[in-house]
Design a protein around this ligand. Sequence first.
Ligand code: ZN
Length: 171
Amino acid sequence: MKLPRPWRLTWRTFSLVLLLSMVAALLGVPTAQQPPATAAPVCDRTAVMNARLDELGRAGYTWQFGIAPDGLWGIIGYPGPRDITISDTAPCNAVVTIVNHEWVHTRQEQLYPGRSQQAYGDAFEIVADCGSMLLGSSITPYLERRKRAGGPAGCTPDELDSARRALGWPR
Ligand SMILES: [Zn+2]
């Protein structure tokens, strides 16, 4: 069958376009530009810390970011006795939690000036985590570590009582 000339041209053009498309696909030629992914909101750790401290109060301490010893996320009395240092390496989404925990230490220190660690002994960090939890923290590393070691899950009634006392809450 002899096709009329315009039809043959159309068929040849179609075949050529199809072939070129297949070659382009094989070569990975982009056919459309993807829109850029929406950037995640940046967590401003200093703003997060200060916003939380505006709620709690600074308790007479200078709160700052810096290098904390021993891989700690936060430490009270470092580098100076009235300093609280939050580690530069702590995740930004943990900053509120860390502020809560260190803030409980300021309350413990107010109850037992200069000797809070001795006064609480082994419960120093656990009570700080219990207080931090009462303040709304979902991250309580010392409680989690104790549970992993086979200890009780969460705070005992005595520890909660001690945390409430440190916070000045009714018991
Ligand atoms: Zn602590």
